[in-house]
Write a protein that binds this ligand. Structure first.
Ligand code: AMP
Ligand code: ZN
Length: 468
């Protein structure tokens, strides 16, 4: 079977065909860096990681772009409340985000464009929309997208005509589907913005959230690319507005396939910062769970089903990983023995590889992929018991597991277990400061680590953090 994904745009499962043979352009909406991401956010990033690794497993070269939203309503509001400059405020959450993605074994994107570094691209895009008569400048200098002048508006979430309120305006980045209105592309400076402002042809101000992703995706992937992802809550207004802006400005289809993951929920309610029902990754690590156990929990539910987070699920993940570890250890031992007959092991490995690939190709059917993996564990253990897997036969099964792990990334134990993510974030930030020759900041970070009871040792393999 060929690769197929459920496209939110058509609401059907479709065979996947890339624009350029063998290559995929992938854009995933990244974090708004005004807070430490919670594990609900990481559900989205782990789903996107599974997608990317599956594409690579199937032989595609993936160009992956994930933006960092470091200017929007929320980052400005909270940096002002904290009495910090926008950059100082967002930097610590960028650091924390990268530390957490590492703990969760999320493969890094090729580019992480920051909104604040792409204001000229946004201005150019807004100007193109004004030139085409689709955007207009309001009295206060803000620029709005006119939904009345773009009849294709509402493709993604299928907006009814009576919900449309053309001519009325919404200036906030987030608003309800019930009040579809002209949305802000450029927001003229107001007192609430403090010193966050850039010059533009329409006066000083700042971009709206949605234009950021339209501008940065075009910059790094071109105006038309393969796949765009996010959590379902991103569909409206964020992705709907991205489509309108990009297609109106560029005159071509924006994205072929839209994929959205369902929410991570707690007792049936979406995990979110505003509801206060959230766990950060570091909370969960502090309770004694490891990065790969959390990754397993986030990975193991199909992306279009809601994922109910519980510590019971962490226990199940731990048990599953212990079974895998024990199996791999038996195989590593058996691999050192003289060769047995390889036929039975080769057949089991081959059947598993075919099953695993077919499962993932079918809209990332992770339950079926994991079932195939554990069938191989059961069959392999049976053959090991019978002395039918030794030498090359054991190596063949280990090779299969390694290929599976290029997608799952859960099989090797956590090397850095015991180093909390916030400590690792400080160590990583210190290393970055040293690279940038900012030794004052590096020393300051080292002192911060020391105050928290950690020391950094510079080893030939790079810096290592240890408890004092
Ligand atoms: P934000 O930082 O709020 O812009 O969100 C970053 C990403 O996390 C987006 O793709 C959201 O759709 C996603 N997200 C937020 N909350 C959840 C949740 N509870 N479950 C799954 N994804 C979520
Ligand atoms: Zn986005």
């Amino acid at each position: 079977m060929a690769l197929a994904f459920t496209n939110s745009l058509t609401r059907t499962k479709e065979p996947f065909v890339s624009i350029r043979p063998g290559e995929v352009g992938l854009y995933t909406c990244g974090p708004t860096v005004y807070n430490i991401a919670h594990i609900g956010n990481f559900r989205a990033y782990v789903f996107e990681d599974l997608l990317k690794r599956t594409l690579q497993f199937c032989g595609y070269r993936v160009r992956h772009v994930m933006n960092l939203t470091d200017v929007d309503d929320k980052t400005i509001r909270d940096s002002r409340a904290a009495g910090l400059s926008l950059n100082e405020f967002t930097q610590r959450f960028k650091d924390a985000f990268f530390a957490d993605t590492k703990v969760l074994r999320i493969a890094p994107a090729d580019v992480y464009p920051e909104a604040t570094a792409h204001i000229p691209e946004m201005i150019t895009l807004i100007q193109a929309l004004i030139d085409k008569g689709i955007a207009y400048r309001a009295e206060d200098g803000s620029v709005y997208f006119s939904i009345a002048r773009w009849p294709n508006y509402g493709q993604l979430v299928h907006i009814e005509a009576e919900q449309m309120r053309p001519g009325t305006r919404v200036s906030h980045d987030e608003y309800a589907k019930e009040s579809v209105a002209d949305f802000a592309l450029w927001k003229s400076w107001s007192e609430d913005d403090g010193d966050v402002a850039w010059d533009s042809p329409w006066g000083r101000g700042r971009p709206g959230w949605h234009i950021e992703c339209s501008a940065m995706s075009a910059r790094y992937l071109g105006p038309h690319f393969d796949i765009h992802c996010g959590g379902v809550d991103n569909m409206f207004p964020h992705h709907e507005d991205e489509i309108a802006q990009s297609e109106a400005a560029n005159g071509c289809q924006f994205v072929n396939v839209w994929m959205h993951c369902a929410h991570l929920v707690v007792d049936g309610v979406k995990m979110s910062k505003s509801l206060g029902n959230f766990h950060t990754l570091r909370d969960v690590l502090q309770r004694g769970w490891s990065g790969r156990e959390v990754r397993y929990v986030l990975l193991a539910t199909h992306y279009r089903q809601s994922l109910n987070f519980s510590f019971r699920a962490c226990e199940d993940a731990r048990a599953a990983l212990q079974r895998l570890d024990a199996f791999r250890e038996r195989l590593l031992e058996a691999a050192r023995l003289p060769d047995s007959d390889t036929a039975a092991a080769a057949a089991a490995a081959q059947a598993a590889e075919a099953g695993f690939r077919a499962a993932l190709e079918d809209d990332l059917n992770i339950s079926a992929a994991l079932a195939t993996l554990f069938d191989l564990v059961r069959e392999g253990n049976r053959l090991l018991d019978a002395g039918a897997v030794a030498g090359a036969a054991a190596k063949a099964i280990l090779g299969t597991l390694e290929r599976f792990d290029s997608v799952l990334a859960v099989m090797t134990p956590d090397e850095d277990a015991g180093v909390p993510a916030d400590i690792q974030a400080l160590a990583d930030a210190r290393q970055a400061a040293r690279k940038a020759k900012d030794f004052a900041r590096a020393d300051q970070l080292r002192d911060q680590l020391a105050a928290a009871g950690w020391v950094i040792e510079d080893t030939p393999k790079g810096p290592r953090v240890r408890r004092r």
